[in-house]
Design a protein around this ligand. Sequence first.
Ligand SMILES: *Cc1c(COP(=O)(O)O)cnc(C)c1O
Ligand SMILES: [Zn+2]
Length: 435
Amino acid sequence: MTLTAPEATTGPTTPGPATTVAANPARGLVCRNCGATFGLIAEHACAECFGPLEVDYDPELMRAVTREQIEAGPHNIWRYAPLLPTGQDPADRVSLDPGMTPLVRAQRLGDELGFTAPLWVKDDSANPTHSFKDRVVSLAATAAKGFGYAKIACASTGNLANSVAAHAARNGLPSFVFVPSDLEPGKIVQSAVYGQALVAVDGSYDDVNRLTSELAETDEFEDCAFVNQNVRPYYAEGSKTVGYEIAEQLGWRIPAQVVIPMASGSLLTKVDKAWKELVAAGIVEDTPWKVFGAQSAGCDPIATAFDNGWDVVKPVKPTGIAKSLNIGNPADGPYALDAIRRTGGSVGRVGDDEIVAGIRDLARTTGVFAETAGGVTTAVLRQLVEKGLLDPAQETVVLNTGEGLKTLDPLAPVVGPTHHVQPSLRSLREAGLIA
Ligand SMILES: *Cc1c(COP(=O)(O)O)cnc(C)c1O
Ligand SMILES: [Zn+2]
């Protein structure tokens, strides 16, 4: 199946005022390993070398995009449709319209860590299903519709499952979501509530991913788009919108440093790609930036490769509380390493106790309650500053990619009521709250 790049047209697609449909700037897929090029097809691996395929854009069309054009767009990821491979025509979108999440000034956290430059939290817990995954699923589901698939599916560490099921429910498209059976109860409930198929698999995420790859080859699932497999090139581009938004929210500037949690490593590579594109399009000034990666000690294959100077990533068996990041064999690991090394960044890893401390630090100083992945990022930020690897005199953005209510379990034993009283002033007095 192939996706056709529509010509730029003008005309009403839905009742209402005439809307301009932007041209699709994507001209095909390109192999990141050998450079072979393909049309806009539903494949994620190169037919020549099995390398990963990525969307390739027409530089002329990308250069034609302006700040004004973006600013005139909707208040969600689709304002960047002229820079994306799909969804130029609003009528084609299968989406919860995520994005334009808050960029929160973390003044008090910055003060504690010794920042003299601004520190910001990009809070993607504000997306419709409360993680950054809504961005990638909106792209993947829209591509799936364009290719004519009848259903969507995914292997997930939790947040992707939530988002795929919700996108399916909103758009009346059947979905099949596969997760490790030991997932956090919050993420099981948040996937199941949408009334779609939820398959709990006794195995790790990497086992689940292998299973769905095999499933994709069966006759029954021939008409199914696997959001992070056959339509992965389109899925991955959704992460670029995090980078676009940060730049736009800073007044069309790129921050000097960014700290990004890594599972497959895709999000990190796409934030970097987004900024390269904005520079190439002349939308922002070409100022240097450093990309920092964050992993948990329980699943640190990219951190280990970075420390050892390896170009390849050796798979690990994940453990620990940061389950949304527990991908032991990260598909984009080598490309994440490239971006980190090219920009002069670094990688940090933190254990479960530090992750919980990171969640509490962020909540205590910014009012943002992060899931474990955000705890990883916050704790890694502290570690990088303490080791002198990240400069507190340079403007910095940290990503909170998910909502704290999704992962209450590690917090429940360590936070709770500070006082326990009877409903009387006497009891409040005894508790020391009044004299
Ligand atoms: C999936 C996920 C990530 C990382 O995504 P990759 O693109 O696979 O590196 C980070 N944070 C949260 C909360 C996620 O769900
Ligand atoms: Zn190739």
